[in-house]
Design a protein around this ligand. Structure first.
Ligand code: FEO
Ligand code: CA
Ligand code: CA
Ligand code: CA
Length: 580
């Protein structure tokens, strides 16, 4: 068995390569293997993927498509058992189905391919490779039709009622789950991101602020389920039941997952939760991934109970149901000091269950959070994706992935926190809460990375002047046990002509800012997860949308089976990287 030290993930950076390489590349001394792939059966008797793909009934029992958020959670006290939780953001019908497939079957299968898959894992010992367990007790599929409870202050609001749910408290399904986080009490939270694409809407002013309009329902789901047509009165509010942070309990496959209205409605990338040391409150940091949208935090009303009892766990699962919602305003201190930095404030949108926004009720603030934040002069950011507090320092890292329209005519120009026009490479903001108080309203900030190829003007690598790997379009963030930041990318091919990657960077000490590439993903894919078990010498990533730009007849990627499986096209998969 491998020794349990943080040194088990030493590696030499891999060279960057062009994006057309249909391979997973890892450092010398490591290997990669799939754990679970799209279409793998999760239950005893469930069908496998076939050459024709899958169908609605089979997909309900199989691992879903386009895995994005990922965690791998060893059971307490065990090195050989655990549970993997992945979500399934969206579907690529062009490579999942033959062009002549029945549209209704395609729609129903795609609905079943969304959502979550908790899956049990086993292995023979520490440092060994994991396998998933067909028929594991905690295996579950959550899809676009699974019942969810809407909780928090806006639950039951008129804005959340439909013909099918006159209570406004019970929604069906979750859509476009992007990143997420594992809570200190062992549940999974995840953000419903680009939910607008599933709904046909008239596109009034409030809907338009969320991208909802007559161009929606790209997948034609309204032909099999009328709630995706929100142009009539019956389902006018159905889109309001998406765009939330959802919480699922992977330990209890019979539990009803929850959508937390207290955390606001926007294109949630995800949420990452830390416990404030002084008060015991749970604080969630959250990005709204749209050009010129905002950074938020939520501070729970209740306090975390770390006693580990069943009653404590039940109480902790209510922490995200009540609390205060804030949005960030960044102020630069000028560039005369040679660094992009300054101060900021968290502006309250709700306090004590009441609206803090003049002219808006609490229900309106929570359902139309973007409009509330517009009113209080929050800072428009360059697409805030994952927001991750460091478990070592308590500083918060915000991946601003890119913003092609920064500085365009009629749109916000550059500022010290978003300093590049037509920002194609993105940057990472480092936030320090004043006095270390996650519950407070004042912070300091600086740009830790201004991404790109080191040779291009305007890049900055935390003050590091030695060689670094090129990095662009930071998306998902994770920390290892030593406090190093791991950054996965989504968009390097178009931004800098390189394959999407996983990078590791020191955030403290003499090597602060040294970005090194650990892994790259196959053609057309985005690197998601990531999960870093450095003590165990292993890294896990979700390989999302491999071969996305290809077609059924001419696959662009053959990952991960490369001709050895029954399905010819690519399969989004969770992989593990371990020492040889
Ligand atoms: Fe689904 Fe913001 O990436
Ligand atoms: Ca400055
Ligand atoms: Ca993302
Ligand atoms: Ca992204």
């Amino acid at each position: 068995a491998a020794a349990a030290t943080g040194n088990n993930l030493t590696f030499g950076a891999i060279a960057p390569a062009t994006a057309d390489i249909d391979q997973v590349r890892v450092p010398a001394g490591y290997r990669w293997d799939p754990i679970v792939r799209w279409g793998d059966p999760l239950f005893v008797g469930a069908p496998n993927l076939t050459a024709a793909g899958t169908d609605p009934a089979a997909q309900e029992q199989q691992f879903g498509y386009n895995c994005d958020y990922l965690d791998v959670l060893p059971d307490r006290g065990s090195t050989t058992r655990g549970v993997l939780v992945a979500n399934h953001e969206y579907t690529n019908e062009n490579i999942m189905f033959a062009p002549d497939a029945d549209p209704a079957l395609v729609a129903r299968t795609a609905m079943a391919a969304h959502g979550f898959s908790p899956v049990e894992l086993r292995r023979s010992g520490a440092g060994k490779r994991w396998s998933y367990v067909v028929g594991g007790r905690r295996n579950r599929r959550i899809t676009a039709t699974t019942p969810f409870t809407l909780d928090g202050p806006a639950a039951g609001s008129e804005l959340l009622k439909t013909a099918a749910d006159t209570t406004g408290r019970r929604a069906l399904g979750t859509l476009n789950n992007c990143s997420g986080g594992t809570t200190p009490w062992g549940t999974i939270v995840s953000g419903e991101e680009n939910f607008n694409q599933y709904f046909l809407c008239t596109g009034d002013e409030r809907e338009a602020r969320y991208g909802l309009g007559p161009d929606g329902d790209e997948r034609g789901w309204r032909t099999v389920d009328p709630r995706f047509d929100a142009t009539g009165s019956a389902y006018r509010n159905e889109p309001n039941r998406f765009g939330w942070v959802v919480e699922i309990d992977p330990e209890n496959p019979r539990s009803t997952p929850v959508k937390h209205t207290a955390m606001g409605r926007f294109k949630h990338e995800g949420a990452n939760i830390t416990i404030d040391a002084a008060t015991g409150k749970a604080v969630a940091y959250m990005g709204d991934d749209e050009r010129f949208d905002y950074l938020y935090k939520f501070v729970s009303k209740g306090t975390f109970d770390g006693s580990g009892t069943a009653a404590a766990r039940a109480a902790n699962k209510r922490l995200l149901s009540a609390g205060d919602l804030f949005v960030a305003r960044f102020t630069g201190d000028g560039l005369e000091d040679g660094i992009n930095d300054g101060t900021g404030i968290w502006i309250p949108l709700t306090r004590g269950g009441r609206s803090m926004v003049p002219g808006m009720t609490i229900d309106e603030v929570l359902v139309y959070t973007r409009l509330a934040a517009d009113k209080v002069a929050a800072t428009p950011m360059d697409r805030p994706e994952d927001v991750q507090p460091s478990p070592k320092s308590g500083r918060i890292y915000v991946a601003c992935t890119n913003n092609s329209k920064r500085g365009a005519t009629g749109l916000p120009g550059i500022d010290e926190a978003n300093p590049r026009p037509a920002n194609k490479d993105g940057h990472i903001v480092e936030i320090t809460e004043i006095g270390g108080a996650h519950t407070g309203t004042r912070f300091r900030w600086n740009l830790f990375l201004i991404c790109g190829d080191q040779s291009s003007a305007g890049t900055y690598f935390g003050g590091h002047t030695g060689p670094v790997s090129p990095i662009s379009c930071p998306d998902n963030l994770a920390f290892d046990s030593r406090g190093n930041l791991w950054i996965s990318t989504d968009g390097q091919p178009s931004a800098i002509g390189l394959d999407d990657a996983l990078h590791c960077v020191e955030v403290a000490g003499p090597l602060r800012g040294r970005v090194r590439q650990f892994l790259s993903v196959p053609a057309g894919a985005e690197t998601c997860g990531p999960v870093i078990h450095d003590r165990d010498g292993s890294v896990f990533v979700a390989v999302q949308h491999p071969g996305e730009g290809g077609s059924w007849e001419a696959p662009q990627s053959h990952f991960p089976d490369y001709g050895s499986g029954v399905f010819a096209g690519p399969r989004p998969s969770v992989i593990q990287v371990t020492r040889r």
